[in-house]
Design a protein around this ligand. Structure first.
Ligand SMILES: *[C@@H]1O[C@H](CO)[C@@H](O)[C@H](O)[C@H]1NC(C)=O
Ligand SMILES: *[C@@H]1O[C@H](CO)[C@@H](O)[C@H](O)[C@H]1NC(C)=O
Length: 422
């Protein structure tokens, strides 16, 4: 089995261009952003390998096949450009994106700012993951994501993304690098899937030297309001049935986005100011951390697509006020889990040290929920509040000062743990 996966280390000629290139070009033509520098426009059109190589960094594409046949594309920056610029036996850091995001989010802000580049310069072997169903991992050995008659490709939730995508990716990375373990950095959904993996696969604790969680999403129990209590079960029921009705993918298809851009965002149309405001709100960034010049690059790479069921799974957890396996309904739950209700993930199985980074400026993650998560863990753990009060959910990946506010701290934790092993 290990050998088979090992042999599948294929360097394929993959997709070229960023996922939303057409739509962003339409916005640029309609002058939604104002004048866009040529260099920024170029970053908006390139895909991750092209973008990283443009800035003089080495980039390897690796394909990992999961146990259930999904083909995931990992992006590796094996060393730095200016510092630590030789390949070698370096500590490995595996970085996992959030929902509707991709490996692009760790490099699109450019060298010196993006976490992918910073880690490479600091002497780490950097692997950027892509979960099944996003732009870079929208492939399967037998299932077709575009099959109009079947959503079989899209029938997965956070459960498979944690249990199968992460385990295959981590085993693959450790085999290629020959290292005994790696550091995991996850953002948002990238933290949820880590907690799924750690709960279902206790054997992975020894493969993960530490888990650095950025804006962890697990419990939504603190600060509940009556509206959330009333609506979340309904939303969960609707979301969970979409895949059965033939809606498997949550994809802003580029053609549709381009149509919207043309119709509502063109210069001179009455809706154009609303359009700009909307783009801004979707991001939810803080003014001080947002580099407005890079807006076309951010929108070209994000959203990068995802399955509907991962949203259904998140909504189910909000409704149940718990962190449980996917709820298939009573009959299928009995068949799969042997219980009518889905079992809760057992966070006590996680033994790797866990660092929980959160911010008061992040309106999606409540401090009380981070505290509930902290209390549920048995592993060595730490809650770390970002000192900058306005630091928001997307600033963990795109923030102008993310390095000084957050990444430097993570790097010092990684170094400390690595040094303590020597
Ligand atoms: C979908 O079903 C239609 C009608 O049954 C059929 O003509 C078509 O070939 C099918 N498409 C795929 C991709 O299987
Ligand atoms: C914003 O991004 C551009 C392009 O990468 C860069 O030249 C500029 O210095 C950045 N601005 C800030 C405030 O970081």
């Amino acid at each position: 089995m290990l050998l088979v996966v090992g042999l599948l280390c294929i360097f394929l000629v993959g997709a070229t261009g960023s996922p939303n290139v057409k739509y962003v070009e339409e916005l640029v033509r309609n002058n939604v952003f104002g004048p866009v520098p040529q260099n920024v426009l170029e970053d908006a059109t390139l895909d991750v390998p092209e973008l990283v190589r443009k800035y003089g960094y080495p980039l390897e594409k690796h394909n990992v096949i999961t146990l259930d046949g999904y083909i995931l594309e990992l992006h590796r920056i094996p060393h730095g450009r200016f510092n630590n610029n030789q390949a070698g036996n370096k500590p490995v850091v595996f970085v996992m994106h959030g929902v509707v995001c991709s490996s692009a989010d760790w490099v699109l802000t450019g060298p010196g700012v993006g976490l992918g580049y910073i880690l490479a310069e600091e002497g780490f072997d950097v692997w950027l993951g892509n979960n099944r169903g996003n732009y870079y991992s929208r492939r399967h050995l037998t299932l077709n994501p575009d099959d109009a008659n079947s959503t079989a490709f899209w029938q997965y939730s956070l459960d498979e993304m944690g249990n199968l995508d992460l385990s295959s990716s981590i085993d693959y990375i450790l085999r290629v690098t020959g290292r005994p373990n790696l550091h995991y950095i996850g953002h948002s959904q990238g933290t949820s899937v880590f907690f799924v993996l750690g709960s279902l696969r206790p054997d992975f604790s020894e493969k993960i030297a530490a888990a650095h969680m950025l804006a962890p999403v697990v419990f939504t129990v603190a600060n509940r309001n009556p509206m959330l209590d009333a609506l979340s079960p309904i939303a969960a029921a609707i979301m969970s049935s979409l895949t059965d009705f033939g809606i498997g993918e949550m994809a802003p298809k580029s053609d549709l986005m381009a149509f919207i851009a043309r119709t509502f965002c063109a210069d001179g149309t009455s809706t154009q100011p609303i359009c700009s405001a909307l783009l801004f709100m979707i991001g939810g960034w803080s003014e001080s951390q947002h580099n407005a010049t890079l807006l076309p690059v951010k929108l070209a790479h994000t959203p990068a697509g995802s399955g509907v069921r991962q949203f259904a799974h998140m909504t189910q957890n909000v409704a149940s006020k718990n962190f449980r396996r996917y709820d298939f309904g009573t009959v299928e739950n009995l068949l799969r889990y042997g219980t009518a209700e889905p079992p809760a993930y057992n966070l006590k199985n996680i033994k790797s040290p866990v660092f929980l980074h959160y911010s008061h400026g992040d309106v999606r993650i409540h401090e009380g929920d981070v505290r509930v998560l902290y209390d549920a863990l048995d592993a060595p753990k730490e809650m770390i509040l970002i000192e900058e009060r306005t630091f928001s959910h997307v600033d963990f990946m795109w923030g102008i000062n993310a390095k000084t506010v957050l990444y430097d701290r993570i790097i010092s934790d990684i170094r400390r743990i690595e040094n303590s092993r020597k």
